[in-house]
Design a protein around this ligand. Structure first.
Ligand SMILES: Nc1ncnc2c1ncn2[C@@H]1O[C@H](COP(=O)(O)OP(=O)(O)OP(=O)(O)O)[C@@H](O)[C@H]1O
Ligand SMILES: [Mg+2]
Length: 349
């Protein structure tokens, strides 16, 4: 399907405008309520602190969008292999492969991306690995920050520009690294004022800074550190990139197991006389059971406080989607379906 991200790199300005005439002129910090929802974007980066559920949410979003009739590409940026297990398929590669109805999956590989670029633009025939060239590339990539990021972002923007898919979902770098990745075309643009490189970063920036086309989804959990990191990320994204924060997903939200009246009952049951009577009737110590119930209530309460802190620290127009804790022993297509259903419901589509 994809002929290679660099194959269409314009020698002349992009003939296909990324902003359609009916769209109002893009203001990156425009009020979210006037902007398209996540499923109606063309490119969505999913980020968050390590382990919060980025891959799970990226896979769930891709499946949910496909269920809405979209053709979706989901790309794992770090090729850890977690994405393939969400769809119960063999490990993903740089070449996108269909993994379920409406969803294609790939993993990013900057060397393969570079190889495509060289093959298609400079007509250098490259068989297999690029050997010494890869070493040179490593050298350049290390010496010039932004090269690796451009190869990643460039490939993804290319898929959007060519409209090979309705939506490209990226299981992106963790929040610590995403800002430099999203800001790379801009940073290079500032360094290079004219020439081929400028032409190559301009069209990427057109896509990235168009809030009707591109959005960032931050995944967090209702805990202290992930919430703090999300608020810092929101501020940095606004200050240092042209990408809009299209939503925050709060993952692993605990269900409300007990209401206020049940809590009052626990408190009564925790009285020594009640504990004694119940332990006798049960033929064992019931105190750990009561402690467990109390712990569930306390955890939910403290998590609600973190959730409140998150909401009050974000721009009120940023959608906050809550995803329940999934009590499952195994994670695969079934749980990805549950995540997709929950996200669809939260997005109200
Ligand atoms: N809502 C949920 N309920 C229960 N477990 C979950 C939930 N979401 C994710 N998990 C589990 O948490 C673990 C981490 O999730 P995932 O791999 O999606 O996180 P990640 O942010 O991509 O991690 P990494 O930073 O390592 O890439 C996985 O085992 C996943 O199955
Ligand atoms: Mg992951």
């Amino acid at each position: 399907m994809s002929a290679g991200w660099a194959s269409g790199l314009p020698k002349e300005p992009d003939p296909q405008p990324t902003v359609t005439p009916t769209e109002p002129s893009p203001t990156p910090r425009a009020d979210q309520s006037a902007l398209p929802g996540i499923f109606d974007l063309g490119l969505v980066f999913v980020t968050g602190k390590g382990g919060v559920g980025k891959t799970t949410i990226a896979g769930g979003l891709a499946l949910a969008a496909a269920q809405q009739g979209k053709r979706v590409l989901v790309c794992e940026a770090d090729s850890k292999g977690d994405l393939s297990s969400l769809f119960e398929v063999a490990p993903t590669t740089f070449d996108a492969r269909q993994v379920t109805d409406g969803v294609w999956a790939m993993s990013m590989d900057t060397e393969a991306s570079l190889r495509e670029y060289l093959k298609l633009n400079l007509k250098i025939p490259i068989m297999g690995r690029i050997g010494p060239l890869a070493k040179a590339f490593d050298f350049v990539a290390t010496a010039a920050p932004g090269v690796r990021e451009i190869l990643t972002v460039g490939k993804l923007c290319y898929e959007v520009r060519e409209r090979n898919y309705d939506l490209v979902v990226v299981d992106a770098a963790a929040s610590g690294h995403i800002v430099s990745q999203l800001a790379a075309p801009q940073a290079i643009n500032e360094l290079v004022k004219v020439g081929l490189i400028r032409t190559q970063t301009d069209w990427m920036l057109d896509i990235l800074s168009n809030p009707w086309k591109t959005g960032l989804v931050a995944v967090t959990t209702p805990e202290e550190m992930p919430v703090s990191e999300t608020l810092e990320l929101a501020a940095r994204v606004a200050a240092e990139t042209t990408v809009r924060l299209a939503g925050v997903v709060v993952n692993r939200v605990l269900p409300e197991l007990f209401g206020h009246s049940e809590e009052a009952v626990f408190e009564e049951l925790r009285q020594p006389a009640a504990v004694g009577a119940m332990s006798e009737a049960a033929g064992g110590d019931v105190e750990p059971v009561l402690e467990g119930a109390r712990l569930a209530v306390t955890m939910r309460r403290t998590r609600s406080a973190h959730l409140e802190r998150l909401r009050s620290g974000l721009d009120p127009s940023t959608p906050v989607l809550l995803l329940p804790y999934l009590f499952s022993r195994t994670y695969g297509l079934r749980t990805t379906g549950q995540v997709a259903a929950a996200l669809t419901e939260e997005l109200g589509v």
